[in-house]
Design a protein around this ligand. Structure first.
Ligand SMILES: [Zn+2]
Length: 518
């Protein structure tokens, strides 16, 4: 219970805060300029007439994809990005090492067929960081319905040399909705509002999830110890699309697990239903996977356009460069990487004056927990554990991020920083006709702007049309070049370049959120 005296004190503090806020907002209205239409049209002309964005997309996906962190592919993709950024005349182009991340991994060869009672090729993918089979293996499949630890006893000694399926079939429904979607005006209006109050975290559900994870770890160990040849797991999604992520450890010291496959649900179902009819199923599977333990560290890619009269102050733009391993990481996140690289190119090619230094960062290790961007923020700006700030913490105006697929920009999340609302509304004005209409009071998570936000730095992510992200491409085998909408990427590029340009030339650094209360 609060005493009345404390309440009075708080009232005064609140009043001081209100006066500060009011005086700030009057200065803000006079100081923050609107974009210059001639500069925007320079950016638009450069992008519509000399775009390199689909060429970059093609290299990052078809040639170097997928780009799993610490794989040989991503190291080559990194060299390509360095070469490209240097050729565009950007300054200070380099890789900055961070780590340790862990071992590299790649799939070198994969074949999987049912050979009896009928032949058909399986749509399936090895999970990242799992081992291969050391050559082709012909063996029977078994449905071992193992749902709890007590089920281990029954199957002990029965799985050696077999392909094991443990999960029951799930219900697959027709897809009545189109996979692609653009935000409606109503959806954007909803998104503009603060997030509706969320129910408190369901402790029981979290508990079940944790127990399921623990059981899963025991099951992997059991199947490995029992000498099963491989574990076939039904993948999320359907229609030949499968989500494939990791299945083994990145730590070379950890005990190896058995080969694990993410299997398309329709093909998983056919094998399972045949087995349930007591008809033996024979598979022929050949997996060649490689581990790389020579360099456990990874890298971020940096490039700059030096500022003219405030070169020690910085505006950053970035995206994660890494992907999962079954598709080519096109929408997640070659798209964001290509947009950010291309934004740098048009800023440079347009030869516009920028007072602050503009710095591009392409991160790795995002998919494993924002690792590359967190390492960079810790090295250059702040240690979020100790709270120690580096001198450059005071000199970063903002960080802008793109990582929501191929869809064009429809707005920006304030990330709880209401002070930037009038500024972003002004900067958004020239792009309303292109669909960017929404400043959202919400924050969004799950990608690299969070590394800046959690260190007390202004970090922003744009709102993008979802297109096919959740329904088809995110972390799937179908995250490929064909799913990219070129016109959307070009729209994004011009908007990002414009926001970066405005930040680089503003009178002041962008306002920051008040420090979080503890
Ligand atoms: Zn991503």
């Amino acid at each position: 219970m609060k005493s009345p005296r404390i309440r009075v004190k708080l009232g005064i503090l609140a009043a001081i805060a209100l006066i500060a806020a009011l005086s700030w907002s009057t200065t803000a209205q006079t100081d923050w300029l609107a974009p210059d239409p001639s500069v925007i049209s320079k950016f638009q002309d450069e992008e519509s007439q000399h775009s390199h964005i689909m060429e970059v997309m093609g290299y990052l996906t078809d040639v170097y994809g997928p780009r799993l962190t610490n794989s040989p592919n991503i190291r080559e993709a990194g060299e390509y990005a360095l070469k490209t950024l240097s050729a565009w005349g950007l300054a200070n182009v380099h890789e900055e090492m961070w780590g340790p991340f862990g071992r590299g991994w790649s799939n070198e060869l994969f074949e999987a067929n049912e050979i009896a009672p009928r032949h058909f090729p399986l749509i399936a993918y090895p999970k990242a960081w799992t081992p291969g089979t050391n050559g082709p293996i012909i063996a029977d499949a078994i449905y071992a319905k193992i749902e709890k630890e007590e089920d281990f006893a029954f199957y002990r000694g029965r799985l050696r040399g077999m392909f094991v399926l443990t999960a029951p079939m799930r219900v697959i429904e027709a897809q009545f909705e189109a996979p692609a979607h653009r935000f409606t005006d109503q959806e954007l209006a909803d998104l503009a509002q603060p997030r509706p109050p969320q129910p408190p975290p369901d402790k029981a559900a979290l508990d079940r999830q944790r127990k399921q994870q623990e059981f899963n770890n025991k099951l992997v160990k059991f199947l490995t110890d029992e000498g099963a040849v491989a574990w076939l797991e039904p993948a999320p999604h359907d229609g030949g699309t499968v989500i494939v992520m990791g299945g083994g450890s990145r730590d070379p010291k950890d005990a190896p697990v058995l080969p694990r496959l993410a299997v398309d649900i329709e093909h998983y179902g056919r094998i399972l239903r045949t087995l349930e009819k007591i008809i033996p199923v024979t598979l022929r599977i050949n997996i060649a996977n490689k581990f790389y333990d020579d360099n456990l560290d990874s890298f971020d890619i940096l490039a700059e356009i030096p500022g003219t009269d405030k070169p020690d102050e910085v505006v950053m733009l970035g995206a994660h460069f890494d992907s999962w391993a079954s598709g080519t990481g096109a929408t997640d996140n070659a798209a964001g990487s290509a947009v950010m690289m291309e934004a740098m190119r048009i800023l440079k090619a347009s030869n516009v004056k920028m007072r602050r230094t503009v710095r591009l960062a392409l991160w790795t290790g995002e998919e494993e927990g924002l690792l590359g961007s967190r390492a960079y923020v810790k090295e250059h700006f702040a240690d979020r554990n100790s709270g120690d700030l580096k001198p450059d913490h005071a000199k970063l105006s903002a960080y802008f991020n793109v990582d929501n697929g191929t869809g064009k920009i429809r707005g920006i999340y304030l990330q709880g920083n209401e002070a930037v609302r009038p500024i972003f509304e002004k900067w958004m004005e020239p792009f309303k006709s292109e669909g960017m209409t929404t400043v959202s009071a919400r924050g969004t998570g799950g990608t690299d702007h969070v590394s800046f936000d959690e260190a007390g730095l202004p970090g922003f992510q744009f709102i993008q049309d979802p297109v096919e992200y959740e329904t088809r491409t995110h972390h799937t085998n179908m995250d490929v070049y064909e799913r990219i909408q070129a016109a959307d990427l070009k729209q994004m590029t011009v908007i990002v370049a414009s926001f970066v340009y405005m930040t680089a030339n503003a009178e002041q650094l962008l306002p920051r959120k008040p420090p979080a209360k503890h």
